[in-house]
Design a protein around this ligand. Structure first.
Ligand code: NAD
Length: 421
C-alpha cells in the first residue's frame, strides 16, 4: 500500500489489519485449517449502539458505542472500555482479538472483548460523562455480566467510570453485582494493586528482557496516563533513569533524569507534561527517537510505523500500549536488532489483576497487596519465560512466539469443545 493510500484507511482499520496479519502468521506456524482460521479471525458477537446524550445546555447529541466479544471459548469475555473520538468498530475488534490471545497467553480463563464510545471525554462535563456511560451500559446490558463479559478501564475511562457501570448494572439486576466490572474503586470491591497493575507488569517484563542490572538504564515513555505514568515510576524505582516522557500535550526530556513524582504532580496541576519546568521541550516524534536503553510506548496504536522505525534508537521496546508497533515497523526493528516485548505479554499485568479482582468478587473476599503482587509477578514471569523459550526454540521474535502460544491455546480449546450442533 502506498503511504497516500494508507492515510485513507482509519487508524482502527489499520490496527485490525495488523491483528489479522499477526493471527494469519501464527495460524501458518500452527498449521491451522481454514475453518478454524475463519473462526479465530471473526468476532463471536459485535454490537454497535447509538448513545443519546443530553448536554448541559439541553441539546441532545448521539454518539456511537461498541462492544465486541471476539472469543469466549476459554471463558467469559474480558476487556476494557475506551472513550476516544477516533474509536470505531475496527479498532474495538482488533483490541478484542488481542485480548483473546493475551488471556490465553497468561493462562487466565477468559476470552477477549473490548468496548468503546467515540467521544472525547475532555469535552464533556462530569455529569455528561456519567450520562454517556450509563446510557452506553444500558445499551450493551444484555451481553455483559459477571459470567458473560466483564469490562474494565482503558483509554479515557477510569475507576469512576467503572463505579457508574457497576451501579447501572446492579440497579437493573436489583442487587449489587461487583463482579460485572474490574478496575473498580476499593470501596466497591476493587482489588489492591489493580490501579498500577499494568505498569507493574511492564516493569516486570522490562526487567526480564534486560540483560544485566537496571541501574542507570535510560528510559523514554510515550503516554503518561494510567499505564505510562506508573510505569515510569516503577522503572525509576527499579533504578532506571527516566529521561523522556510525552503525553497528548507535548513531550519533555531531561538527560539527568526526570523526577517522576514531581512530573506527576505537575500533570495533576496543569493537565499535561507540556511546560514542565525541570525539563526541556521536544517534539512527539523526537521523544520516540531518543537514544535510550528502553522505550515504553504507552499511548495508542500505530506509534511506531514504517516511517519512523528506522530512526528508533532504543535497544529494547516494551509495549505498554496495545498495538503501538505496525507489522512493517516490526520487521525494520527486528532487522536493526531491537528487541520488542509485545503488547499481549508486556501489558498483561492489567488483565491478570482484573482476573484476581473478579475472583475476589466471586468469592466475596479480599487479598492483601502482597498476595496480589506475588500472583501477578509469578504469572508475568512464567508467561515471559514461556515466550522466551518458544522464541529461542523456534527462532521467532518474542511477538511471533507470544502469538503462537496464545493463538495455539485458543485453537486447542476450540478443538476440544468441538462445534455445536
Ligand atoms: P489513558 O487514557 O490513561 O492514558 C493515555 C495517555 O496517552 C495520556 O497521557 C494521553 O495524553 C497520551 N497520549 C495520547 N495521544 C498521545 C500521543 N500522540 N503522544 C503521546 N501521548 C499521547 O490510557 P491508558 O489506560 O494509560 O492506556 C494506554 C494504552 O495502554 C492503550 O493502548 C491501552 O489499550 C493500553 N492498556 C491499558 C491498560 C489499563 O489497565 N489501563 C491495560 C492494558 C493495556
Amino acid at each position: 500500500m502506498t503511504p497516500a493510500a494508507a492515510t485513507l484507511v482509519s487508524p482502527g482499520r489499520q490496527a485490525l489489519d495488523s491483528a489479522l496479519l499477526q493471527l494469519d502468521q501464527a495460524a501458518d506456524r500452527l498449521h491451522l485449517d481454514d475453518g478454524l482460521r475463519t473462526m479465530l479471525a471473526t468476532p463471536r458477537r459485535s454490537l454497535t449502539v447509538s448513545v443519546p446524550v443530553r448536554r448541559e445546555d439541553g441539546r441532545m447529541d448521539v454518539v456511537q458505542g461498541f462492544r465486541v466479544q471476539h472469543n469466549t471459548t476459554r471463558g467469559p469475555a474480558k476487556g476494557g472500555i475506551r472513550f476516544h473520538p477516533s474509536t470505531d468498530i475496527h479498532e474495538v475488534t482488533a483490541l478484542a482479538m488481542w485480548m483473546t490471545w493475551k488471556c490465553a497467553l497468561v493462562g487466565i480463563p477468559y476470552g477477549g472483548a473490548k468496548g468503546g464510545v467515540s467521544v472525547d471525554p475532555a469535552t464533556l462535563t462530569t455529569r455528561e460523562l456519567e450520562r454517556v456511560t450509563r446510557r452506553y451500559v444500558n445499551e450493551i446490558l444484555p451481553i455483559i455480566g459477571p459470567d458473560k463479559d466483564i469490562p474494565a478501564p482503558d483509554v479515557g475511562t477510569d475507576e469512576q467510570t467503572m463505579a457508574w457501570i457497576m451501579d447501572t448494572y446492579s440497579v437493573n439486576a436489583g442487587y449489587p453485582v461487583p463482579g460485572v466490572v474490574t478496575g473498580k474503586p476499593m470501596t466497591l470491591g476493587g482489588s489492591l494493586g489493580r490501579a498500577g497493575a499494568t505498569s507493574r507488569g511492564v516493569q516486570i517484563a522490562t526487567l526480564k528482557a534486560m540483560s544485566g542490572s537496571p541501574e542507570g538504564r535510560t528510559v523514554a515513555v510515550q503516554g503518561f496516563g494510567k499505564v505510562g505514568a506508573p510505569a515510569a515510576r516503577y522503572l525509576a524505582d527499579a533504578g532506571c533513569r527516566v529521561v523522556g516522557v510525552s503525553d497528548a500535550t507535548g513531550a519533555v526530556v531531561n538527560h539527568s533524569g526526570l523526577d517522576v513524582a514531581d512530573l506527576r504532580a505537575w500533570v495533576e496541576e496543569t493537565g499535561g507534561v507540556y511546560g514542565y519546568r525541570h525539563a526541556d521541550a521536544l517534539s512527539h516524534e523526537d521523544l520516540l527517537e531518543l537514544d535510550v536503553d528502553v522505550l515504553v510506548p504507552a499511548a495508542l496504536e500505530g506509534a511506531i510505523t514504517a516511517e519512523n522505525a528506522s530512526r528508533i534508537r532504543a535497544r529494547l521496546i516494551v509495549e505498554g500500549a496495545n498495538g503501538p508497533t505496525t507489522p512493517e515497523a516490526d520487521r525494520i526493528l527486528a532487522d536493526a536488532g531491537i528487541t520488542v516485548v509485545p503488547d499481549i505479554l508486556a501489558n498483561a499485568g492489567g488483565v491478570i489483576v482484573s482476573y484476581l479482582e473478579w475472583v475476589q468478587n466471586l468469592q466475596a473476599c479480599s487479598w492483601s497487596a502482597k498476595e496480589v503482587d506475588t500472583r501477578l509477578r509469578d504469572l508475568m514471569e512464567e508467561s515471559f519465560d514461556a515466550v522466551a523459550a518458544m522464541s529461542a526454540e523456534r527462532g521467532l521474535s518474542l511477538r511471533q512466539a507470544a502469538h503462537v502460544i496464545g493463538v495455539g491455546r485458543v485453537a486447542e480449546a476450540h478443538r476440544m469443545r468441538g462445534l455445536y450442533p
